[in-house]
Design a protein. Sequence first.
Length: 393
Amino acid sequence: MTSTEIKALTGQYVMNTYGRFPVAIDHGVGAKLYDPEGREYIDFTSGIGVTDLGYGNEKWVDAITVQAKKLGHVSNLFYTESPAKLAEILCKRTGMSNVFFANGGGEANEGMIKLARKYSFDKYGKGRSTIISLNNSFHGRTMATLTATGQERFHNYFFPFVEGFRFADANSMESLKEVTAAGDVCGVMLELVQGEGGVLPLEKAYVKSVAELCEKNDLLLLIDEVQSGVGRTGSMFTFQQYDILPDVCSFAKGIAGGLPMSGIMANEKCRNVLTPGTHATTFGANPVCAAAGLVVQEILSDEFLQGVQEKGKYLCEQIEALHLPCFGKTRGMGLMIGIEMAEGYSNSDVADKLVAAGLLVLTAGPGMRLLPPLVITKEEMDAGLAIMKKTLA
């Protein structure tokens, strides 16, 4: 099909829930994508942080093919090999104790919320079920995770919301202490880098203080790494760069390199909170997705992750060196990069121009967001930078 035919068919039969760029994608290689007519695009988005191995990775394709021929799905009423191996690797690389596998980020965060409330109910009974999240946060599109999202622009239309959520200001212990003072809180949920809010890393001293407050008051520290996890910021999980061990951590996006998979990891204190019948999902721990996840773990070695940090530093330095009139400073961690917009410029307008010129980018909050495949090469980064310079100078 041509690009025009694909767009027409989508408009006719797919719900119009996305503000799509006017581009149809047919195939990809590395960090490059191509439309049906063969036009090339440099990808600085990786499917919103999902395709960390880029496109066409042979090990990933082979693992999926072998597992699909062997077993595609069997349900969690039985034991399967690849999810067990993936859970073992994740726990050994992070210091966490066990894993629950799900399908998407919102579902993972729902599971994290349920675990926190059950932990508190088992130990303290009713009346201690409130979750604290941060203003400017984003935790998902389900009713509970939408309620936990600290951005009003996502809330319209969907009232009434789920009970038991309050918000604190990021990097303010005074604000956090104020909203936890009532004694009805069971957990504090943080994105260590607020992604949809504009790629805003939390201050390390603040996160340390939050962890100490949680430990002192027996509140669960819940870390949302749906976007920042699985190597995106230059470590397997971002919490490892903050020198904390969460009680529960969610993950998704890059975990299976492009297949739908997510989950939560619990520490030793919380390993037995969710018991048979208290939480489940039909497609969680799918063996094909888990086989893909094993390849992701194999490729994302510690040495590789050091390279992710170096690539992120290079991109930030080179973008600032372009001195583009529409851009301010860069920020972020690893290959999770935010760019401030200069006064008078619209991030959506700039994104439209870059995509039209052959560079795929994202917006976040009032700024730009870059989430390239973790395997992106210097040549591919330089090609994207050249498009930026030519289009925006």
